[in-house]
Design a protein around this ligand. Structure first.
Ligand code: PMP
Length: 404
């Protein structure tokens, strides 16, 4: 019994993610994996969480921590986030913040909020696979956002209308993007804000990796740049900022947040009520306690560890990649994006790499809304130590040389 004939049309666009399928194969002994873009579990602040959970479960606090709570999210956590946002140039109050179950839920809600079938979402080629997966359920059409390109904005609007809808938002990850590791310059961010203004669309700023800058100059979030342009008035901003504790404290607790003009937050709160009422109360409480206690020092440690891993991967790529292969040089985050010579398939290379050299990565095609990018792949350096990176990239270089 499948009942497949009764499924809604939106289900037709929901496919198993290549990454999830692949992660099933990663348990083999001796396999070196640069596939999952996940934090190193050895770096979780586990003791601080243990203490915070114990306190939250004590007789004085359990009535609150195990109880239902408001859909907007735990107020002290929203206040902490407001202070955190102020440090990166965004002035907002708790009324501008919704706590979500990871930023993935925020991305899904924003798809639900804006997209009717046939509407257009502007995304990069490539872009975060999880955003495409979330948006797909709302049956949009995608158009390609090109940073730094001067194409007339009307072209986007006309193409969207021809497809039977309107451009509803641009989805971007301006800092150390997944999958490319690339950061948008100040000028590119302003240009993107101009485009959104002309098209009268929202901007979804996915800031998942923003805290993980290793070197170079920080660029203000798009929301900060827009707020600045609008005389400091967050209520006038069309940028919707999605933050998360997944890459800094713990992804397993599923605590993320959205910052936006309050009418947008109020609409998202209604969605949250209808979907899961609120994010787990106790997870929000312990996240607040741990963030308050050690966020800055912990993030400083993550940066220094991940920076060494990035450096090790860049050095190994330089040493082992055959001529004709290029890659990005990220200033933070977890990813390096590799482009192979035309005609070499990332997916086929993965098969060989797993079989012959026991090394894994994610082929790049899945990150492209149009199915292009066959000759690309994503490497993650966050969850491997330096010797494993050196060994794994040497193995990858070996498979590539035989493939070429
Ligand atoms: N955005 C980007 C760019 C990501 O890479 C991820 C995690 N892979 C997410 C959002 C979602 O993360 P979370 O739901 O854990 O906050």
């Amino acid at each position: 019994m499948t009942l497949a004939a009764q499924y809604a049309t939106r289900i037709g666009r929901m496919k198993a993610s290549e990454i999830r399928e692949l992660l099933k194969l990663l348990d083999q002994p001796g396999l070196l994996s640069f596939a999952g873009g996940i934090p190193d579990p050895a770096l979780f602040p586990a003791q601080a969480f243990a203490d915070a959970f114990q306190a939250a479960l004590s007789p004085e606090h359990q009535a609150q921590s195990l109880q239902y709570s408001v859909s907007e999210g735990y107020l002290p956590l929203r206040q902490w986030i407001a202070a955190h946002m102020a440090k990166i140039g965004v002035q907002c109050g708790p009324e501008n913040i919704l706590i979500t179950s990871g930023s993935q839920q925020a991305i899904d809600y924003l798809g639900k909020l804006f997209l009717s079938p046939k509407d257009t979402a502007l995304v990069g080629w490539p872009t975060y696979l999880g955003a495409l997966a979330a948006f797909n359920a709302y049956e949009p059409r995608y158009d390609r956002l090109r940073s730094g390109e001067n194409q007339p904005p009307e072209r986007y609007a006309q193409a969207a209308e021809a497809a039977g809808g309107r451009v509803k938002f641009a989805y971007l990850s301006p800092d150390f993007a997944n999958p490319t590791g690339v950061t948008m310059t100040h000028a590119e961010r302003l240009q993107m804000l101009d485009l959104a203004e002309t098209l009268d669309t929202a901007v979804i700023e996915d800031a998942a990796y923003q805290d993980l800058r290793f070197d170079g100059e920080p660029v203000p979030p798009m929301l900060a740049l827009e707020q600045d342009r609008k005389g400091g008035d967050i209520e006038a901003c069309r940028t919707i900022y999605c933050g998360t504790f997944s890459k800094t404290l713990s992804p397993g607790l599923r605590v993320g947040w959205v910052v936006a003009a309050s009418p947008i937050i109020q609409q998202l709160v209604l969605m949250k009520q209808a979907s899961d009422l609120h994010s787990p109360t106790i997870n929000q409480i312990v996240t607040y306690q741990v963030a308050e206690q050690l966020f800055d020092t912990h993030v400083a440690e993550l940066r220094s560890v991940y920076m060494r891993r990035r450096d090790a991967m860049l050095a190994a790529l330089k040493e082992h990649m055959p001529a004709g292969v290029t890659w990005t040089k990220p200033e933070g985050g977890m990813f390096i994006w590799v482009t192979l010579p035309e005609g070499i398939s990332g997916a086929q290379l993965l098969e060989r790499a797993l079989e012959q050299e026991k090394v894994a990565f994610v082929p790049g095609q899945a990150f492209h809304a149009d199915g292009s990018g066959e000759n690309t792949l994503r490497l993650s350096f966050s969850n491997s130590n330096e010797p494993a990176i050196a060994e794994g990239i040497a193995r990858l270089g070996h498979v590539l040389k035989t493939a070429m």
